[in-house]
Write a protein that binds this ligand. Structure first.
Ligand SMILES: Nc1ncnc2c1ncn2[C@@H]1O[C@H](COP(=O)(O)OP(=O)(O)OP(=O)(O)O)[C@@H](O)[C@H]1O
Length: 569
């Protein structure tokens, strides 16, 4: 779990970089502080002919300097200082960014690692979009806070101290007046500016509601047409479009007005300080040049004050982001079992012993069941819809962990094998096959190097050979997002081909030919029959013909697994 202390503590790992960054930040600030003073001072010392410390210093190096020479030298020095300021600023940014990006990278890795080990049961309750937004936007928010608090805070404080000293030295009374009042001006205008942000957010929300509805309508366009529901859905869209107009108008108008108001407050403050500056010239011996320098410092003060104030907001946003990230980190990961014994080096006998299972908040789906699945045997599993067949298959495949009882693979408990080993050797082919937006080759091999001939052989068996041969790029054809270029039945056959290629010791077919027509299903089964008979096979099916192929039959009924012997035919 994360908290601010833990995140800020991370900085300890970057002591060298952090120290360098701070040193560069201090140098940059020291360089920047005198810049607003240099040009205005020439007004007094050169134009108004009141020689002072600046022209005297230049004269030490250049004899008989003319007005042009003073202005040129000052200009060159200002340009040089500005250049050096940027250079040191870049250096400090480099190190600060390196630190913050590395810290957030570690947070990202930690979340990804947690997701990797998430139990499937927990994963099913998560929305993928939510995870994506959490990973990206919440971590960005934390990063923003880190940059503001770690890098900008120190610089802002230093800059303000530097400016305060210069202002007080220029004119004590004017300095005090500005230093006390300016933060209020910035805070007030900043507060209003934040309200603008709130309205902008509300406006974006209305836009996204409209966008979501539009996308959904377009995605389901075919079904909407088929059910003759265009009027209903488009009426909803028309209504949302109207709402979007009204709300957008309301928000844009308000946010624009507030924006202007915020700037007005800032300008009023600025004008008051200018007036105070002129008053100081009139009544307090402030020179015109120094007055102009004070105006320069007024602008210069704005950014550090704003940065300091925004740390507070960044803190609250980051706090919410940390809470959301912790929500992900609190999701249960699957138990880790040591891979002590590998029972999969021969054909597999699976024994289910007093096994019970329930989902997070459900009643028991399976209760105290016992069964044996013999090697080189095809077992059919039947039962009413919703009875728990897929759940049972997932447990055998190591995707769900039983709440009670044991599963033994060749007399070895799953707790001694390790889930990864089980998944490697038990291939569960589900009814719905999800494919990667990648080539058919990748979808079949999943990154493993497999000889193309072997793949073509598998495709022949599942009757996809002709189809794929016709594709221009053959095995290297991209199947599109979620395999859109393939029909439901073709996708199911890709999944079966994948199993043929990976040769698992146990195969579970969970209604994995449901989308095939009877003839194709019959042929595919005939082609893979030997493959299935050589291993431990469980077939979940409704069709009598599929069940007939089984050597044994089990039925799931009332949370129990009942052997059906003799075989129904
Ligand atoms: N992730 C889940 N969280 C909570 N309950 C679930 C989850 N998955 C399935 N269930 C519930 O478990 C029960 C068994 O579902 P399962 O999918 O295993 O049944 P099935 O026999 O395979 O059904 P079908 O023949 O319709 O595919 C159902 O009541 C279902 O609502």
């Amino acid at each position: 779990m994360y908290n601010f202390k833990k995140i800020l503590n991370e900085i300890k790992h970057y002591k060298k970089e952090f120290l360098l960054a701070q040193i560069f930040a201090i140098i940059a600030t020291l360089i920047a502080i005198p810049i607003p003073l240099l040009m205005p001072i020439l007004i007094d010392e050169v134009l108004l002919k009141k020689p002072g410390i600046w022209t005297q210093t230049i004269s030490l190096f250049f004899n008989n300097c003319s007005a042009f020479c003073y202005i040129l030298i000052t200009l060159l020095i200002v340009i040089l200082l500005r250049g050096l300021f940027v250079l040191f600023n870049i250096l400090q940014t480099y190190f600060f960014e390196k630190i913050t990006k590395d810290i957030t990278y570690k947070i990202r890795l930690r979340i990804l690692d947690h997701l990797k080990h998430l139990s499937i049961n927990e994963y099913e309750n998560l929305k993928t979009g939510e995870i994506a937004s959490k990973l990206i936007s919440d971590i960005n928010t934390i990063e923003e806070f880190l940059i503001k608090s770690v890098s900008k805070f120190v610089i802002s404080i230093l800059t303000l101290i530097g400016i305060a000293i210069v202002l007080l030295l220029i004119n004590f009374k004017l300095g005090i007046f500005i230093l006390l009042l300016n933060p209020f001006v910035v805070i007030l205008s900043g507060k209003i500016a934040r309200k603008v942000k709130k309205y902008k957010k509300a406006q974006n929300k209305t836009i996204s509601i409209f966008q979501d509805a539009l996308i959904e309508t377009l995605e389901l366009f075919e079904q909407i047409k088929a059910y003759n529901k265009e009027n209903f859905f488009f009426k909803k869209l028309f209504k949302l479009a109207k709402e979007l107009r009204d709300k957008s108008f309301n928000f844009s108008y308000k946010s624009e007005s507030l924006n202007k108001l915020s700037f007005l407050i800032f300008l009023i403050g600025f004008e008051i300080f200018r007036a105070a500056g002129i008053l100081a010239v009139a009544y307090d011996n402030l020179s015109i040049g120094l007055m102009l320098a004070v105006f320069g410092y007024l602008w210069y003060m704005m950014t550090p004050i704003q940065d300091i104030i925004s740390i507070q907001y960044a803190y609250f946003s980051a706090k919410a982001a940390i809470d959301r990230i912790n929500e992900i980190l609190s999701l249960k990961t699957e138990p880790h079992f040591e891979n002590k014994i590998n029972p999969f080096n021969k054909n597999v006998k699976i024994e289910i012993i007093n096994l019970s299972f329930k989902y997070k908040e459900s009643d028991y789906i399976l209760e105290n069941i016992n069964a044996t699945f013999k090697p080189k045997t095809i077992t059919a599993l039947i039962g009413a819809s919703g009875g728990g067949k897929t759940t049972f298959a997932k447990i055998i495949a190591g995707l769900l962990i039983p709440n009670k009882g044991d599963i033994k693979y060749n007399n070895t408990s799953y707790t001694l094998i390790g889930l990864d080993k089980i998944r490697e050797n038990v291939n569960l082919i589900l009814q719905e096959t999800r494919l990667f937006n990648d080539t058919l080759y990748f979808n079949l091999t999943l990154g493993k190097k497999i000889d193309e001939n072997e793949i073509w052989e598998a495709l022949k068996k599942v009757k996809l050979y002709e189809v794929v041969k016709k594709w221009g790029e053959g095995l290297y054809t991209n199947v599109g997002k979620n395999g859109v270029k393939l029909s439901g039945g073709q996708k199911q056959r890709v999944a079966i081909a994948r199993a043929l290629i990976h040769k698992p010791k146990v195969v579970i077919l969970d209604e994995s030919t449901s989308a095939l027509d009877i003839d194709t299903e019959r042929e595919v089964f005939k082609n893979i029959e030997n493959f299935l008979k050589e291993r431990t096979t469980i077939i979940i099916a409704h069709r009598a013909e599929t069940i007939e192929k089984a050597d044994e039959i089990y039925m799931i009924k009332n949370k129990k697994l009942i052997p059906l012997t003799p075989k129904i035919s």
